[in-house]
Design a protein around this ligand. Structure first.
Ligand code: SF4
Ligand code: SF4
Length: 315
């Protein structure tokens, strides 16, 4: 059976490409962007995700954990919130038994295996919405290149049904896989975080040479790629950095560069996975700041569309 691990399936999305879409989010990402809005999608296999507000404190998860990774909090916070559990990530073996016994869904797996047949069933239910709205299916993540075979199977199924397809990628993966998936996609969103290799490594954990190489390889096959920069205040959103990236995009013969504004809500999710947000608190920029950056992009001869999705694409 063809299967993949997905963190979410968002039906009737209007933020992930044209029209009404089904956005399919893959578990696993090779990058560790310091600003990532979806840290629960990063590990290649599902991890426990804890939503404190749903917890009734029954401690079933604690008793079910074979590794002794879960412990009750020592003290209740004085802000009126429930105290919440603690989880030692070093001890956690990711067996997910805690998620199986939780009566409220407060402790839940970040992702689960889904079969191609399940996806096909959803496509059958929603095909009329795609047709009537000019929509389709978008594969996102995490990073789809981590599960390229499953992504390919879904895209082939969409193609067979005449459904519009889009992919979102960080470009860090096999060039061969990327080109194969791109050939099955009507629309490609490609993230470029930083041109500076040292800064890229510092903030994402990986070198950017493969990402830039893959973008170049892709640009040789088609020009309609939408390059996107997740703009992170003080990290990569200075006018000079945006200008340099725009010039690079233009040098590849591409024409579209989309700026994704920083979302100040990103840190909240780190509590769900028992992690601290890696960056200091950052302030969101004014809309006028982004308009100025878009002017810079246009000044490089590129189309700078308004962002299509602002809430969570800084991964
Ligand atoms: S997933 Fe981790 S915390 Fe949950 S039961 Fe398994 S070892 Fe314990
Ligand atoms: S099993 Fe669920 S509700 Fe009970 S303490 Fe654990 S997370 Fe909270």
């Amino acid at each position: 059976m063809t299967q993949g691990i997905l963190t979410d399936i968002d039906r009737f999305s209007t933020h992930d490409g044209p029209g009404i879409r089904t956005a399919i989010f893959f578990q696993g990402c090779p990058l560790r962007c310091a600003w990532c809005h979806s840290p629960e999608t990063q590990p290649p296999l599902p991890v426990p995700v804890y939503r404190k507000m749903r917890c009734i404190g029954c401690l079933s998860c604690l008793h079910a954990c074979p590794a002794g990774a879960i412990s009750p909090p020592n003290t209740a916070p004085d802000n009126g919130e429930p105290p919440g559990l603690a989880l030692n990530r070093e001890l956690c073996a990711r067996c997910l038994r805690c998620t199986q016994v939780c009566p409220t869904g407060a402790m839940a797996p970040s992702g689960r295996w889904r079969s191609l047949e399940e996806i096909c069933e959803l496509l059958s239910q929603d095909e009329a919405f795609y047709r009537n709205s000019g929509g389709g299916v978008t594969l996102s993540g995490g990073e789809i290149l981590m599960q390229a075979s499953f992504a390919e199977a879904v895209l082939l199924e969409c193609r067979a049904r005449g459904i519009h397809t889009a992919i979102e990628t960080c470009g860090y993966g096999s060039t061969e896989d990327l080109l194969r998936l791109a050939a099955l996609s009507d629309l490609i969103y490609y993230d470029v975080k930083l041109l500076d290799p040292e800064k890229h490594r510092q903030y994402t954990g990986v070198d950017n040479r493969l990402i830039l190489h893959n973008l170049e390889a892709l640009a040789q096959t088609r020009r309609d790629i939408v390059v996107r920069i997740p703009c992170i205040p003080g990290v990569n959103d200075s006018p000079g950095e945006i200008r340099a990236t725009a010039a690079h995009v233009r040098s590849l013969g591409l024409t579209r560069l989309e700026l994704l504004p920083y979302n100040g809500a990103a840190p909240a999710k780190y509590e769900w996975v028992f992690r601290d947000y890696p960056l200091p608190a950052l302030r969101e920029r004014e809309a006028s700041y982004y308009e100025g950056l878009r002017e810079i992009v246009r000044g490089q001869g590129l189309d700078a569309p308004q962002f299509s999705r602002q809430e969570d694409k800084e991964s």
